[in-house]
Structure formats: C-alpha cells, structure tokens
Design a protein around this ligand. Structure first.
Ligand code: ADP
Ligand code: MG
Ligand code: MG
Length: 756
C-alpha cells in the first residue's frame, strides 16, 4: 500500500488506515451507501511528523480520481470533508473539517487534522485511557453530502442497540435540516430516531437493516453516523459503540444467545470499568422531588458540589471534594473536568452527545439536555424555576432516571443484576484463581456471598473487641499483671467471642473461613492518659507504652508472652463450631519464625481447624520453606508486607510524600493499592518457591488490599497463588479479571518455578 488508499481499494488494515478509514473501506466493500473518498495512512502521518512533508502527489492523484468518480470538480459542485482516523477510537477529540472546496484547502486541512493528534484534549483523553501517543492518526478525505440541503435532509447518530440499557433494536437521534457536527458536539438537542421513522419510514428501515448487517459483520454493537440528503441515506462512519456497564454486560450475553459471539468472547469483552460502573450507587427508594429533569444519559447516581468549569473541577477534586460538573454543553475540552467529577449535568445535548458518550464509558452518572436550567457562568449560578444554586452548593444527579435534586440524597450500593450473575458464572468457569472476601461481620459475609465470594480469606477478630461494652473487658486483660488475672478477664470474653463466631459461621452457609487470631494494637485499647486517675492503672499504662507500636509487642509476639487470649479465641472457635459446623482455618499474624508458629500450634491440640500463618514479615518470607513444614497454609498480608519491604508506614507515606513520589514518577503506582511486583512480588515469588518445595500442596492465599486490584490479580494468578481475598465489593471485578487472565493464558507459573 502507498501513503494514500481509496475506499474502493478494499485494503482495510486498521493499524494503517485507522478505525474510521478502515471501516469506511469495509462498508464500501459491503456495498453500503458511503460517499466516496480515500484515506491518508498513519504511516504517512508519521513521515509528516518526522519530515514535515505530506504525500503531496499521491493526494493530488487521489483527488483527481475522486473528481472523476463524482463527475464533478473540487469547488465546482464537489466539496470534501477531512477527518481524523486513529487506530483507537477517540470520539470527538480530534478535528473534523467540512465543506472544503479547493486543493490548497484540502492540504491545509490534512495538516490540521494531523496536528490535532496533539491537541490538549486528545492528549488528556489518551492519558485517561492509557493510549500511547506514538500511535498517531490517519486522515479521511470524503465527498460531502448535505444534511442541510432541504426538508428531506438531516443528520443523525444511530446505535444498533441502546448504549445505556443494552436493549435490542435501533436507538439514536436525528436532527432534521442540519449538517454534521451539530449532534455530536451537543450544541443542539436532537430528536429521538422515532422522528426519522415517522418523517421518512423507508430511510429508517434502510438504516435499521444496515445497522443489523454491520453489527453481524463486526460482531459488536455499532455506533453509526449518517446523513440524509434529499431523501437519500448515506453512512459516514461506524465503530464499536461505547456503552454503559449495564449495556456492556447485557449486550455480551444477548450476543452469545444470538450466536454472534462465544461465552469466552463475552467474558473477554466486558471490562472492569463496566462492572465498576454497574456497581455504582443508586438512589434509595423514596419520594424526592427533582428540581429539574433531563435525559438519562449515563446511569447511576452521585452527589457533589456544583462546579461550572473543568479547571475548577480539577482544583476541587484535588482537594478531595466530590464535585458535579455543570455545563451548558460539554465539549471535548471538558474531558479533564469530567474525569475529575463524580457526575455531570448539561443543559444542552442529547443521548449521543459527547458528554453522554464519555460519561457512559467512564461509568459516571450524567443527565444531559436539562433544558429547564439557566446557567449563568459569570455569576456562577444556575436557576431552574424558583431554585437558584451557586457554585459549591450540593446536588444529586440521578443518571438512571434523568433527574437532578437539591442536596445530597440517600444512596445505596447497587446489587448484582441477573445479567451480571450470568456473565460472572461464565467467568467462574474459566478462572483458576480462587476469589475470597475479607469479612469481619455476618453482614459482610452475606454481602460477600451475594457477590460470589468462594469463601472468607481473612476474618479479622480485632473488630469484635471494638464494641464499647467489651472495651472494659479487653482493658482488664491488657492491664492484668498475672496469668490468673488475665484468665478472669478472658473468661468474660469467651462467651462473647463464641457468639461472634457462631453468628459468622451461620452466615457462611458452608463456605470456608480463615480466622486470624488477634493482632491487637495495644495502644488503641488503652484509656487516654488524662482520663486515668487510678495510680496503679497509670503505672501499668506507662509500662505498656511503646516507642513504635507498629513494630512492637503485637500479633504472635503478644501471644507468646500472654497466651491466654489466643487460648480463649481457639476455645471460642471450637465452641462455636459445636453449635454451627464450619470449615475453619486459623491463622497467626506477624510470624517471623517457625518456633512462634509451633508455639501457637500447641494451643490448637485437639482442634480440627487448619493451621496457617500470615506472611507479612520479610523474615517469614525468607524462611518460607521451614515455615511451610509446620503449617497447612500461608496467606500473604500484602499491606504489612509492603510496609516492611518499603520500610515506611502507609499512613505516613500517604500523608507526607507518596503523592510527590507519584507525581515525580519516582514510583509508578501507590504500592498499597497496586502490588509492587518488583519488590514485594519478588519476595513473594521466592517464598512461594521454597514453600512449595517443602510442601507441594501447601495452600497459598493473598489477603492485602491489593488482592482485588485488576493488575495485581493478574500477577498473582501468574505466580501460582491459590486464591486472593479482597473486600466484598471488589469480588465481581476480581472474578472477571481472574477469568480474563486465565483465558489470555498469561501463566507465569512455569517461569517462576524454573527461576531457581
Ligand atoms: P468524530 O471522529 O469525532 O466522530 P467525524 O470525523 O466523524 O468526527 O466528523 C463529525 C461529523 O461530521 C460526522 O458525524 C458527520 O456528521 C460530519 N461529516 C463528516 N464527513 C462528512 C461528509 N463527507 N459529509 C457530510 N457530513 C460529514
Ligand atoms: Mg464521527
Ligand atoms: Mg498485618
């Protein structure tokens, strides 16, 4: 292929022609009504970028060929559009130039399109979507058709299915008597496609048939731009349509049922963002009066402070404020503001406007075309009826219903939809990694089960002592000076703990649970110094004070010196198990040596519970082979382990310097959110290697916060972990990622095993 390729040539490599160009070629080949034109390749863009020289003679030739085909000369009855064509779709981010009628104009337009690859909003869009800047763009030159020619003309956007709900059937908008960009930019609020159906039923049918054909050809939901000129339909673009999470899941499932894709493809096609978007909050049922209504452009609900521009939105969001971006219409320059906002409200623009498409993709609620509001950008206020709101005032946007309310309304977490359950049940069939939840209370266990957890990978017992009515007992224990005193204190706790565990076990419905014995932060349970009068208590508090409690007398270390509390907990577990049978594993925190583990193991004599250690110290990882011999399982506690590997505390790091580190690129990610593969991960790989060598079938889990983060899940699958345990609300995402990783076959196990 040369630098320029006619639509008719049939060559349609996306990497060379970009999305738009390649799809125009395909549609031309399918015999669809596409105005003739040609594509300037991405290769040619790159050459231009290096040398500043466009493929002039080829463009000239192609223009002559186009004139010949049209039977009209440029400027004499023939005009063209010049449009961007990148290999990834970046809706509305680059320029489009219409109605160009001379050769010099075409040349200047191509240059402008090329330059628009680097405009601010395109750069920002790429950053938000992790699109490399090196990809570059092609350019499409296409004969113009006119949606503003006469009464039988117009322009529109059609989706082959509803991009909000996923419902089958043509969905879209139409603006009679208008040209090109009026709809896409959101400057006009168009009418639903029904308007086209009643005005020109024949055209509507033709469009529906084309949409169906394109969908089957591309095996995906399509977003189609079309124009009607004097009663004749032209297709100007098709691409895979952006959609809400709900729609993504529904469409994937429907397409499997329609025989268009396989369940495996359906699982690969849904993204973690789609699921995040689906699990967005929604308004609690109630009788609330909206102060304005608009179009339900992107589902979910969010509340925040009104901000009227993108820069203000960024500034407020940086301060940790939740904000709602309110604009007369959004244009592509608002992308940073939309990214910073929790929701969007616009006065103008339809369901296929830029704001709608972008927010849907981001999984943020959006209400568009709320014509009832008047926005005064100078005075920084909006008015609707007798309500006037100022910047900083709080509103709630319900993008599912298309309504906006004054103030912050009560919201609830979304639950799984039947469609999501179906998709994730397919995902479960592909994944190898077990997905468990961290849960400390019966409510959390229930939530975890509802979201598809296969067990509880971490049950912390500290929270059971936080209740005010138990504080005095635990204090008695801490302040006790002798074993006898401690036994008295602990005997009170035994009954309560037994009830705690029985309640948890009841909610498990047969799922396994890993219970971590107390990792008591002593200082948190002691009375504040000023409040104590008893001199004996004062003295004891003084004795217990630690310079660095995080690295102090905690976890298993406390149990070694005062075993009564672990004894009590183990006894409580056994008693509860007599009431409610449960598959229990008991885990010891903060272990550094097998001697500690053995010590606690003694207390477990006669118990049928599995016994394991939490891998959260560097030394435990280095002694993994020896430790493995003494236990049934390991569970990496990647929060403490990360602190240990980095030698800084999460709290201090996040408060003081981590942001700077991230901004300066010293660290790529926050290691407390995304597992640090190169440091912490390396250590884990070493530990797993020696552990499996000592005990082949040792069970290995991971229970830090990172265990629910997509990239970390992918990595943990690869190093041969048996299961991850994350907070309940992350379970659906972890299930999807585990399946996608397994399908992609990104298995590093053999590699790790051979890395002796
Ligand atoms: P984007 O990449 O943002 O989708 P496009 O390049 O598709 O932008 O151009 C935007 C709009 O311009 C199109 O939706 C279409 O309505 C109009 N347009 C582009 N080319 C033509 C053409 N040849 N004839 C009529 N309208 C056109
Ligand atoms: Mg377009
Ligand atoms: Mg810990």
């Amino acid at each position: 292929m040369g630098s320029v390729c006619s639509f008719k040539a049939g060559f349609h490599d996306k990497e060379q022609l970009g999305n738009k160009g390649a799809n125009l070629v395909i549609m031309t080949r399918l015999g669809l009504p596409v105005p003739p034109g040609f594509v300037i390749s991405i290769e040619a863009y790159k050459k231009w970028k290096d040398t500043g020289i466009p493929p002039e003679s080829e463009i000239r030739q192609s223009l002559s060929a186009l004139e010949e085909e049209m039977g009209r000369a440029l400027g004499k009855g023939l005009e063209v559009s010049v449009r961007s064509s990148a290999s990834v779709s970046m809706p509305g981010m680059m320029d489009t130039l219409l109605n160009i009628g001379d050769y010099a104009g075409v040349q200047a337009a191509i240059r402008r399109i090329f330059e628009s690859w680097d405009n601010l909003r395109a750069v920002e869009y790429r950053r938000l979507n992790n699109i490399p800047a090196t990809l570059g763009t092609g350019a499409v030159v296409q004969a113009m058709v006119y949606g503003n020619r006469d009464d039988n003309s117009g322009t529109g956007v059609a989706f082959s299915r509803d991009p909000s709900t996923g419902a089958r059937g043509l969905f879209g908008e139409y603006l009679a008597g208008a040209q090109g960009e009026a709809i896409v930019s959101g400057t006009h609020t168009p009418e639903p496609l029904a308007a086209l159906r009643s005005a020109m039923p024949g055209i509507f049918e033709e469009l529906a048939a084309i949409a169906d054909r394109l969908e089957r050809h591309f095996c995906d939901m399509q977003d189609i731009e079309f124009t009607v000129e004097s009663g004749k339909l032209y297709i100007l673009q098709t691409r895979s349509g952006k959609r809400s999470g709900h729609a993504a899941v529904k469409i994937a499932i429907d397409m499997v049922n329609e025989g268009i894709i396989t369940p495996e493809e359906a699982v690969m096609r849904v993204t973690t963002d789609d699921i995040r978007g689906m699990l967005h909050k929604r308004l609690k049922a109630g009788d609330y009066q909206p102060f304005v209504r608009g179009l339900n452009a992107a589902p979910g609900a969010a509340a925040g402070k009104i901000v009227f521009d993108a820069n203000g939105a960024l500034a407020m969001a940086r301060k940790g404020e939740r904000i709602i971006l309110v604009r007369p219409e959004t244009n592509p320059d608002d992308i940073r503001g939309i990214a910073a906002a929790v929701g969007v409200l616009t006065k103008r623009g339809g369901l296929t406007s830029h704001a709608a498409i972008i927010t849907r993709g981001m999984g943020k609620p959006c209400v568009c075309g709320a014509g009832g509001i008047a926005i005064d950008l100078e005075a920084r206020q909006l008015t609707a009826g007798n309500v006037t709101l100022h910047e900083g005032d709080e509103i709630t946007v319900d993008g599912t219903a298309g309504a906006v309310f004054v103030g912050v309304l009560p919201m609830e977490d979304a639950s799984m939809t039947p469609e999501l359950e179906t998709l994730l049940s397919w995902a479960d069939g592909f994944k190898r990694l077990g997905i468990r939840a961290n849960a400390d209370t019966p409510e959390m266990v229930l939530q975890a089960r509802n979201l598809g957890a296969e067990g509880i990978g971490l049950c912390r017992t500290e929270r059971m002592f936080n209740a005010p009515e138990r504080l005095s007992e635990i204090r008695d224990f801490i302040l006790a000076r002798s074993s006898a005193e401690r036994l008295v204190a602990v005997s009170h706790l035994l009954k309560l703990q037994t009830q705690d565990f029985a309640a948890l076990f009841r909610e498990l419905k047969g799922l396994p649970i890993v219970i971590r014995l107390l990792d008591l932060p002593l200082h948190e349970f002691l009375p504040a110094e000023g409040t104590v009068t008893d001199p004996r208590v004062k003295e004891r508090i003084e004795e217990l004070k630690e310079t660095n409690p995080m690295l102090g007398h905690r976890g298993v270390r406390l149990a070694i010196t005062t075993p009564e509390i672990y004894q009590m907990q183990i006894q409580a577990i056994e008693r509860a198990r007599k009431q409610v049978p449960a598959d229990v594993s008991i885990m010891v925190p903060q272990v550094i040596t097998s001697q500690e583990a053995l010590n606690v193991k003694q207390l477990l004599k006669g118990s049928k519970a599995k016994f394991g250690v939490m891998m959260e110290t560097v030394r435990a990882c280095m002694r993994a082979g020896h430790l493995a011999e003494e236990v049934d399982f390991f569970s990496f506690g990647t929060n403490d382990l990360t602190q240990a590997v980095f030698s800084f505390s999460r709290e201090d790091a996040e408060k003081k310097f981590l942001t700077t580190y991230l901004e300066m690129g010293i660290l790529r990610d926050n290691p407390f959110q995304v597992l640090d593969v190169k440091g912490v991960g390396r250590l884990m790989e070493t530990a797993i290697f020696w552990a499996r060598r000592a005990k082949k079938d040792i069970e290995i889990g991971v229970c830090g916060e990172q265990a629910g983060e997509p990239r970390s899940v992918e990595y943990l699958h690869g190093i041969g972990v048996d299961y991850v345990s994350c907070s309940p609300f992350r379970i659906p995402i972890a299930r999807l990622v585990a399946a996608q990783t397994a399908i992609k076959g990104k298995d590093r196990v053999s590699q790790v095993a051979s890395a002796t």
